[in-house]
Design a protein around this ligand. Structure first.
Ligand SMILES: [Zn+2]
Length: 428
């Protein structure tokens, strides 16, 4: 994949934050059957808040980079030839003639139907995340944002859970190939060996749903992204019958023969609120500390926020301890390494736009006031009735009891005890 990105700074005094976007990307991403128009709504609000203005922040500025289309070869780094043949060669007029068997084999039915524009969608969304990756590898920025990415359910040879292209896995694979010495952040003090070792990638998934497509690709028996170079940690809701079914969605058992400390999960019960997320933050921080990543990919799915049609969790955007904004703020400010912020689930499109606009302002080191009025723009009526930025907590009862959270904390004591020496024993 090639790109013509410039390394010139708009302003030598300001740090660049890369933002992947284009009219073409927005248009094609807005066709996604599960999230129609969401991409356009998100980018329009980011624009309306003037986050793209060079004057928005005193210390940073947003550089919009148009995504390049991923080539067949880029996508084939992970996806199978058969799957790519089925998705990239899709012709709408032949939809009815494509056999049911073929649709079933590749998951192209039910929640992942064929849709007009699917080939371009695969190329542009896969390409958007890879463009963000390249911008980090080329040291154009320490933070890259791609709200159209984060399709964490897509499998190597199957579409699943509204996800057709496994851009998160493609990102991990591309980052693993970074040339030693060509990566690392200027803020990575305390990592003297960083430039000599192979890059390490932490994939943190904040979506309501388990990151099965990424975590299963990371299992030791799956040779695609498995190795000491990548660590996955998914915080999600899981319960009997809740999508996606996967044994990896459960709390890891260190005594199990197939326990893999590089593939971790924190399963939460219904109604998870910011106080629950605040309680588990030390675990997230300890996993990061043990793994010492050079790159951090955060899948910022927003379907765990209150007001989402999934109505399973009760997280808030805000800046209260444990909120989504608080999490991202800590990751951006306290963790060394380069960050790739991806989108994901989120079926209340105005709330997704609120959350991702706010996170973009955090990345620019100039957080928007959560009480801000939504600026006047074409999408304005969608923000009724509050017409303000925040996504506050609702009234749902948080079923994550003190006992349950203590149980998770205790289990992670054992997990980190296993992870830390394992990481320390890997080549530097
Ligand atoms: Zn989700």
């Amino acid at each position: 994949m090639s790109t013509s990105m410039s390394s010139d700074n708009l302003d030598g005094q300001k740090e660049r934050v890369v933002y992947i976007g284009s009219q073409e990307l927005s248009k094609i991403s807005s066709l996604l059957p599960s999230n129609k128009q969401r991409s356009s709504i998100v980018h329009a609000l980011v624009h309306a808040f003037k986050l793209m203005s060079p004057d928005f922040s005193d210390s940073k500025y947003l550089q919009v980079i148009h995504p390049r289309k991923a080539t067949y070869k880029d996508l084939a780094t992970y996806h199978t030839k058969d799957y790519l043949d089925a998705t990239l060669n899709y012709i709408p007029q032949l939809k009815d003639e494509i056999s049911q068997t073929l649709q079933m084999e590749f998951g192209l039915e039910d929640d992942c139907p064929y849709f007009a524009g699917l080939p371009e969608y695969m190329q542009l969304v896969g390409g958007a995340t890879l463009t963000a990756v390249i911008s980090l590898q080329r040291k154009l920025a320490d933070i890259a944002i791609c709200w159209d990415g984060g399709r964490h359910h897509a499998k190597r040879s199957q579409a699943s859970g509204f996800c057709y292209v496994a851009d998160c896995v493609l990102a991990i694979l591309a980052l693993k190939k970074s040339i030693p010495g060509s990566f690392g952040s200027g803020s990575s003090e305390g990592h003297p060996t960083q430039s000599q070792r192979k890059p390490r990638i932490l994939y943190l998934d904040l979506d309501l749903h388990f990151s099965d497509g990424v975590s299963e690709a990371s299992e030791p028996q799956c040779t695609h992204i498995s190795s000491y170079q990548s660590q996955t940690l998914s915080i999600h809701h899981t319960s009997l019958g809740f999508f996606p079914p996967s044994k990896l969605a459960n709390l890891p058992d260190v005594s199990a023969s197939d326990f893999d400390p590089y593939t971790l999960s924190i399963p939460l019960k219904e109604g998870a609120s910011s106080s629950t997320y605040a309680k588990i933050w030390p675990i997230v921080a300890r996993v990061r500390d043990a793994f010492e990543p050079d790159y951090i990919i955060v899948q910022c799915g927003v379907d765990a926020l209150a007001g989402d049609p999934c109505a399973t969790s009760n997280w808030c955007l805000g800046d209260a301890d444990g909120s989504l904004g608080w999490y991202i703020g800590k990751i951006l400010k306290e963790w060394p390494g380069k960050k790739l912020l991806l989108g994901g689930g989120g079926y209340n499109s105005p709330n997704a736009a609120r959350a991702w606009s706010y996170i973009t302002s955090l990345a620019l080191d100039n957080p928007l006031d959560l009480e801000s009025n939504i600026p006047d723009h074409a999408g304005f009526p969608l923000y009724a009735p509050s017409f303000t930025l925040d996504v506050p907590q609702g009234n749902m009862v948080d079923r994550n009891t003190e006992e349950y959270l203590d149980h998770i904390l205790q289990r992670y004591e054992l997990i980190v005890q296993r992870l830390a020496p394992l990481v320390a024993s890997q080549p530097h």
